[in-house]
Ligand binder design. Structure first.
Ligand code: ZN
Length: 175
């Protein structure tokens, strides 16, 4: 058992080293300057899906059964910068929130909006409802974290989402 634990620890250390080589250090520093939270109700479980052919590549698609019209909440305090409807293309109905330290979060394919441009929001403020608008084939939340305009590897509550694969996340926002 001890050797197995050691191997696991070594594997995790190696994986950490590898991801450090792949991801620029600035991605971590920026994302952790503001504690970005899971954009859902307290206690709700979501699958965070990442894949190499996603556009932008580092975006996360949050999926679960019964996703339609679930509450979408701001990952952190900030100002609503964009509330836009692109119709049946791309993000569909989407929101961008500007946070501190050059960070922004983007929420796409929404079914409806609960905020307007210029509005100040707190962590966990209800901003919209999950939908399937734009270039979406089923209800899910497309989510991005951007630092100075560049899409980053998503960090929630200080923990990296798995690239590429699936991470089960239980939201602690507003708990
Ligand atoms: Zn997506």
């Amino acid at each position: 058992m001890k050797s197995r634990r050691l191997i696991t620890a070594l594997a995790m250390a190696l994986a950490g080293a590898c991801s450090f080589l792949v991801a620029p250090a600035t991605a971590d520093v920026g994302a952790q300057a503001v504690n970005l939270r899971t954009p859902f109700d307290c206690g709700q479980v979501w699958n965070a899906n990442t894949r190499s052919n996603h556009n932008p590549q580092l975006s996360v698609d949050f999926q679960r059964s019964g996703a339609l019209n679930k509450n979408v909440r701001s990952s952190a305090a900030g100002t609503v910068e964009t509330v836009k409807n692109l119709g049946d293309t791309s993000y569909g109905k989407y929101i961008v929130i500007r946070h501190a330290s050059g960070l922004k979060t983007l929420y796409a394919h929404l079914n409806s909006f609960n905020v307007t441009v210029g509005q100040t929001v707190g962590t966990g403020t209800l901003i919209g409802k999950v939908g399937s608008t734009g270039g979406s084939t089923g209800p899910h939340l497309h989510y991005e974290q951007r630092l100075n305009g560049v899409v980053q590897r998503v960090v929630l509550n200080g923990v990296h989402v798995t690239y590429f694969g699936n991470t089960s996340i239980t939201s602690s926002t507003g708990c």
